[in-house]
Design a protein around this ligand. Sequence first.
Ligand SMILES: NC(=O)C1=CN([C@@H]2O[C@H](COP(=O)(O)OP(=O)(O)OC[C@H]3O[C@@H](n4cnc5c(N)ncnc54)[C@H](O)[C@@H]3O)[C@@H](O)[C@H]2O)C=CC1
Ligand SMILES: O=C([O-])CC(=O)C(=O)O
Length: 337
Amino acid sequence: MFATSRLFSVAAKRSFSTSAANLTKVAVLGAAGGIGQPLSLLLKENPNVSHLSLYDIVNAPGVAADIGHINTNSKVTGHTPENDGLKEALTDAHVVVIPAGIPRKPGMTRDDLFNTNASIVRDLATAAAKYCPNAHFLIISNPVNSTVPIFAETMKKAGVFNPKRLYGVTTLDVVRASRFVAEVKNLDPKDVKVTVVGGHSGVTIVPLLSQTGLEFTKEELDALTHRIQFGGDEVVQAKNGTGSATLSMAYAGARMANSVLEATVGGKKGVVEPSFVKSDIFASEGVEYFSTNIELGPEGVEKIQGLGEISAYEKELISKAVPELKKNIVKGNEFAQ
Ligand SMILES: NC(=O)C1=CN([C@@H]2O[C@H](COP(=O)(O)OP(=O)(O)OC[C@H]3O[C@@H](n4cnc5c(N)ncnc54)[C@H](O)[C@@H]3O)[C@@H](O)[C@H]2O)C=CC1
Ligand SMILES: O=C([O-])CC(=O)C(=O)O
């Protein structure tokens, strides 16, 4: 709970004016799951949320009843597919966070989740296009490198795609990177910022350790890069068949949702987060989406930051990430056609 209170003691100090806060309905799709429940808990503690709308194919009313007893100001509602539940959950939402879908078991790649999660994300996008086309969409469901293109293509088909408002959630990669580097260098993670670019799976995750201002030996670089790229596997193995990261993901997802709220409704300037978004950086190589730090503004993505100065080591990592990303994106685009 330390992390929770630290995250939102900051948020509380910056909470919006009453009128802005009244506008901030946040929907969580997949709210009864391993990520959905703690994420919803963290959002309930966020003073910038006025209505928390929890949707899942099962159990969402129970989660909503439970979280709804917490004595913060927001209203909580729970919805299942019965009685137009998805429509109810989405209508008037300002932010929609999507952790719906199955997680990995040991031995699986994120791409192995494609067959199940692609259609879940496509169907949720179809509903979102109808009921809240102007919301900000935060996609957690894996494989993010493909589910973001699926969501975008589905919105395009409905004529409502807004690239400034679709974010593949890669926050967990920078959260982990900060923690792992701090452990090696014996620092407080709050003082360690690591830019991570690319996508959200294995070699597509590229930490830019040369930009941290810290010195690393070649052994440290290799070990840290590998740990950041495969941090998700560490959790999958430790959970031994019962799922993947849920609590650290909830923390990371709540941070991203809060940043989007602060920039889009709270009027805060200079909010920067990493995200897998529609990007020109590698578009000429057929990579339409790429994660870098982005500056958030009232409309969502305001400015996509470039890679900055990168080392030869990082150029090599990027050269491995780009073809893999291209494959993942094409697969998502083709599925949605
Ligand atoms: N982007 C990232 O950094 C991370 C992404 N993930 C991904 O997040 C996803 C969810 O993971 P967990 O919460 O651990 O899984 P989980 O299985 O515990 O929860 C998923 C929830 O989604 C619900 N669901 C299934 N179909 C749905 C639909 N059509 N509409 C609404 N809800 C639906 C299920 O009923 C379940 O409650 C997985 O795909 C996982 O790989 C996990 C960790 C990090
Ligand atoms: O590893 C997984 O399958 C879940 C995930 O995306 C992560 O923990 O980064």
